[in-house]
Design a protein around this ligand. Structure first.
Ligand SMILES: Cc1cc2nc3c(=O)[nH]c(=O)nc-3n(C[C@H](O)[C@H](O)[C@H](O)COP(=O)(O)OP(=O)(O)OC[C@H]3O[C@@H](n4cnc5c(N)ncnc54)[C@H](O)[C@@H]3O)c2cc1C
Length: 314
């Protein structure tokens, strides 16, 4: 059984290869250049200059038609998920994103909705807060693999490379990545900070973050925030912690006026210790916190800052 792996030359493709090997003999589909994976054959699409999700999907579909695979796998990156979503929508096929393992496989009767075949997988949902066991009935399961869930295949590869030029239509090139702009990080990066001082709706305003900045300055910390804060325009999206923001893993995460929604916790649960400062003793964040101070953050944060200053000057 041939399994197609949409592959880029990165660690995530090598993790996805570990998963794909559990389903059959793997052939790679690459765009621009071979990804150098240890697979039998690599189908390399030429003539696509930059990332264009619909064009990549067209290239992948051409190989699907030629090879007739039993499954298509990609890394669960933004690109991998986007391309498989295009293929799923065009072919009316189910797509299971962020899989971590195969539980069972049964072929039979065409394996479609009317057939008796199925594939059982485990997949990550809700930003890593839960694992779901899903049964997929499909003639061609489309599966992406959750990043960092599986070990990467280490061997170097020298597959037989077959190049092809996909027949692209104008609509395939409507959305094309034109430029990559590096994020401007001033001060300590959120993803690497040892201490993060993070604020939520309870901070009250953009100006309210001034006291968090002050505390962060004393602790060599980065400032983070919840999505309510970025939606309100108080802080840029690059400061957002959570499922749709940055995942942080500092030694200490100080959550000020943050309720602790699962989507926020998905981004800070890697912290060694969480200190919650919240006026509500019943706030959900207390279930994840190692320490809590119940009260008004506009009094507590300046009090901590003042004590730190005193301790350092004395
Ligand atoms: C698909 C999806 C993705 C999402 N992704 C993210 C994400 O990446 N990151 C994220 O953060 N959210 C995300 N969310 C939103 C999330 O569900 C919550 O709505 C959000 O995290 C709540 O933000 P908050 O805690 O700041 O606000 P609230 O839930 O309103 O909580 C405010 C807290 O502040 C406390 N408070 C108020 N005043 C004070 C005060 N003076 N002193 C002390 N405490 C005070 C309150 O008691 C309360 O606990 C996502 C939602 C969806 C549906």
């Amino acid at each position: 059984m041939t399994v197609l792996l949409l592959a880029e030359p990165d660690e995530f493709a090598r993790q996805a290869l570990t998963f794909a090997r559990g389903l059959g003999e793997v052939e790679a589909v690459c765009v621009g250049a071979d990804a150098g994976l240890p697979v039998e054959r690599s189908h390399v699409a030429e003539g696509i200059e930059a990332y264009a999700p619909a064009a990549w999907a067209t290239a992948l579909e051409e190989v699907i038609d030629r090879v007739q695979p039993s499954a298509v796998v990609a890394a669960g990156t933004e690109q991998g998920n986007e391309v498989l979503a295009h293929v799923g929508a065009r072919r009316d096929l189910p797509f299971a994103a962020n899989c971590t393992g195969v539980l069972a496989e049964r072929s039979g009767g065409g394996a479609g909705a009317a057939g008796s075949g199925y594939l059982d997988v485990t997949r990550v949902r809700w930003g890593g807060s839960l694992l779901e066991e899903a049964r997929i009935h499909s003639p061609l399961p489309l599966l992406s693999v959750a990043p960092h869930a599986l070990p990467a295949v280490e061997e170097a590869g020298s597959p037989e490379v077959e190049t092809f030029t996909p027949a692209l239509s104008e609509s395939d090139l409507v959305a094309v990545v034109a430029e990559h702009v590096d994020e401007v990080v001033s001060g300590i990066s959120l993803a690497e900070a040892k201490v993060v001082v993070s604020g939520g709706r309870g901070v009250g305003s953009a100006d309210g973050f001034g006291m968090l900045e002050e505390l962060a300055g004393l602790l060599d910390a980065a400032v983070g925030c919840s999505r309510v804060v970025t939606s309100a325009g108080w802080r840029p999206h690059t400061d957002q912690v959570g499922q749709t923001g940055t995942k942080v893993s500092p030694d200490l995460y100080i959550a000020c006026g943050i309720s602790g929604a699962t989507q926020h916790i998905a981004g800070c649960k890697g912290a060694k210790k969480i200190l919650a400062i919240n006026s509500d003793a019943e706030a959900p964040i207390l279930a994840s916190a190692d320490y809590a101070v119940i009260g008004d953050l506009t009094e507590i944060v300046p009090a901590i800052t003042s004590e730190l200053r005193k301790a350092r000057s004395g």
